[in-house]
Design a protein around this ligand. Structure first.
Ligand code: IPE
Ligand code: IPE
Ligand code: MG
Length: 248
């Protein structure tokens, strides 16, 4: 592997890195438009950024990386763009699965996966099975994901358990609801990164981001690399996380 960047050296010296980073990978279409290319070329180029970001997390000791790859609302895009994105998903899995396994990355896909094509579904099952048990990094890819839909699904599941007599309404607390979310196995994100300068959540992890630190960079996703991830972590290390209390 190449020599450690000065930012990586610095963030290691600083100490605590975020355990869980979530990223809204945005700006692929604008990246392509700037070059007179079709939007799909931006999505294609964004795959390199995913690889770099995973490597940066492995290098810096981040435990969980959750990427927003395709939202529930993105199903409203033109069919040709959706087809290109689904083809890219399969390409990503075919190209990266073996190496991710070797790196100790456990991949999970979170969202309404029943809307995927059968072949995309098969690819998802394949990479999850192949990489299960990886201990270096948990890589969650949110696909066909909407946070409000996730919360509705959780509420429905709790209601069914009450109706079945397994659960008392009074036993429904924050932990019980968290346990019904796709993200149940992992701690909440400490840091949310959004590329391309947009200052909104776009229906991403509304519950889980309650106390995350936000970092918005103007960099478009296909231009985002290892050093941009390190810059975000360095910024995070200077935040004063008060969680409603006063600073110590
Ligand atoms: C992010 O890039 C990728 C997806 C949402 C699938 P966009 O496709 O949203 O790119 P912009 O925001 O139009 O530049
Ligand atoms: C959010 O980006 C979804 C993903 C990055 C997958 P969008 O580009 O879809 O969000 P809006 O439409 O700008 O809010
Ligand atoms: Mg966008």
């Amino acid at each position: 592997m190449s020599e450690d960047s000065p930012r990586l050296v610095q963030l290691r010296r600083n100490g605590a890195v975020p355990r869980h980073i979530a990223i809204i990978m945005d700006g692929n279409g604008r990246w392509a438009a700037e070059r007179g290319l079709p939007r799909s070329a931006g999505h294609q180029a964004g795959m390199t950024s995913v690889r770099e970001t995973v490597e940066a997390c492995l290098q810096s000791g981040v435990e969980v990386l959750t990427l927003f790859a395709f939202s529930q609302e993105n199903w409203q895009r033109p069919p040709a763009e959706i087809d290109a994105l689904m083809a890219l998903l399969e390409e990503y899995i075919a190209r990266e699965a073996a190496e991710l396994r070797q790196q100790g990355v456990a991949v999970r896909m979170l969202g309404a996966l029943d809307r995927l094509t059968p072949s995309a579904r098969e690819a998802v099952d394949h990479i999850e099975a192949l990489t299960a048990g990886g201990r270096a990094l948990a890589l969650n890819i949110c696909l066909s994901y909407g946070s409000r839909a996730e919360l509705v699904r959780a509420a429905r599941s709790l209601a069914q358990r009450v109706q079945a007599g397994e659960l008392q309404p009074s036993a429904i607390d924050e932990a019980a609801l968290s346990a019904e979310l796709y993200t149940a196995p992992w701690p909440d994100p400490d840091l949310l990164i959004r590329t391309s300068g947009e200052m909104r959540l776009s229906n991403f992890l509304l519950w889980q981001l309650a106390y995350a630190e936000f970092y918005v960079t103007p960099v478009l996703w296909p231009d985002f690399g290892r050093d941009d991830l390190f810059a975000a972590v360095l910024d995070f290390q200077n935040r004063d996380r008060r969680f409603g209390r006063v600073s110590t």
